[in-house]
Design a protein around this ligand. Structure first.
Ligand code: AQP
Length: 337
């Protein structure tokens, strides 16, 4: 008898255009995992509204992200691809877990500190921003996921999810699978091109900050050539904060090429300076994104096809999520409807 596949879940916010950070840290490994795991991948629109979003743009971005998922290689036959708000169990379990979540745990979250610091006034910080990790815990726990493929920035939220699940299981009996973080060895934290000590983020305003998956080749080249480096010449991997820019470029090159660190450094042993490095990173990025961009530009003109995938994905997701939610409701003492 064959053992059932382990389940994984992950999501990306439609809060802007996807960056190569989102691709290398998350999407690329999602594609690789779909052969081996029972996969649920969602576009987390409920998370996106934790900071202000324009309604028209949010709708467009949600479809754009769906098209990028498919263009990058996610296969709706192998993975359930859906929009978070289409499965109401996420919001319901999110509320139930909110009632269990200690405020102290939430105030400690780095993402909350970073994102709330960017809001001009305290009154404009939504409570949703503070509660973000609780909704993320609900996303993961609804599917009884054993692992969550994410970038390094989500490590703390994963720890929080595990703590909250253990708290629930302790209070109400074994209900949730305790999930593990699944962080890629290479590309788990791509840094901003203009701020190599901060992670690349899709909602950062500066044009020099991120390479987007849909950027045209000339735009990618321009951004890479402007990337912040240092006054040295050594093209080697390094943990020295001074060398963070060069390290980031080498990491991008390594993640796209699939080469070892030694092979990457060997590729640049005879380079005449950082200009050669930047050119090579730009070219490998352009060539790696090219097939995905071509596929994307076909798919985005087929909204009916994309919406069909999202509808089917939501139905598959509901079948699993509603079952967990029913158990949760029973265990905490809600009267059955
Ligand atoms: N720079 C990054 N390097 C590696 N992985 C990254 N991820 C995000 N940025 C990097 C991973 O992408 C997945 C989806 O992230 P998200 O959309 O939920 O939000 P985020 O982590 O907050 O990403 P952004 O791009 O910074 O979005 P905004 O600016 O809207 O907040 C996650 O697995 C994440 O680890």
């Amino acid at each position: 008898m064959s053992t059932p596949k382990k389940r994984i879940l992950s999501g990306i916010q439609p809060s802007g255009s996807l960056t190569i950070g989102n691709y290398l840290g998350a999407l690329k490994q999602w594609v690789a995992r779909q052969e081996v795991y029972d996969c649920f991948y969602c576009i987390v629109d409920l998370h996106a509204i934790t900071v202000p979003q324009d309604p028209t743009e949010l709708r467009e971005k949600t479809r754009e992200v769906a098209a990028i998922f498919i263009a990058a290689g996610l296969d709706p036959q192998k993975a359930a691809i859906f929009v978070q708000s289409h499965v109401t169990a996420h919001a319901e379990l999110g509320w139930i877990l909110t009632c269990l979540a200690p405020l102290g745990w939430l105030y400690r979250m780095t993402q909350f500190k970073d994102k709330s610091a960017k809001q001009a006034q305290e009154e404009s910080i939504g409570a949703g921003l503070l509660n973000y990790p609780t909704l993320m815990a609900a996303d993961i726990l609804l599917y009884q996921s054993s692992a969550v493929p994410v970038g390094d920035d989500q490590r703390q939220h994963l720890e929080y999810t595990r703590d909250l699940a253990q708290r629930f299981n302790h209070l109400y009996g074994d209900t949730f699978t305790i999930p593990e973080a699944m962080i890629p060895e290479i590309g788990a934290r791509i840094m901003g091109l203009d701020t190599p000590l901060a992670k690349m983020s899709k909602s950062e305003a500066s044009e020099a900050h991120a390479v987007f998956m849909l950027d045209a080749p000339e735009v990618i080249r321009k951004k890479m050539m402007r990337a912040v480096t240092d006054s040295g010449r050594d093209i080697l991997f390094s943990d020295d904060p001074e060398k963070a820019g060069v390290n980031n470029l080498l990491t991008i090159y390594q993640a796209f090429s699939g080469k070892t660190r030694e092979a990457v450094e060997a590729d640049f042993a005879n380079a005449r300076g950082y200009g050669d490095l930047k050119k090579a990173v730009a070219e490998i990025t352009v060539e790696s994104l090219r097939p995905m961009q071509e596929e994307y530009h076909k798919l985005i003109h087929e909204p009916g096809y994309l919406d069909g995938i999202l509808r089917d994905g939501a139905a598959q997701a509901r079948a699993v999520a509603d079952k967990t939610l029913a158990t949760v409701k029973h265990n905490i003492g809600f009267l059955a409807s």
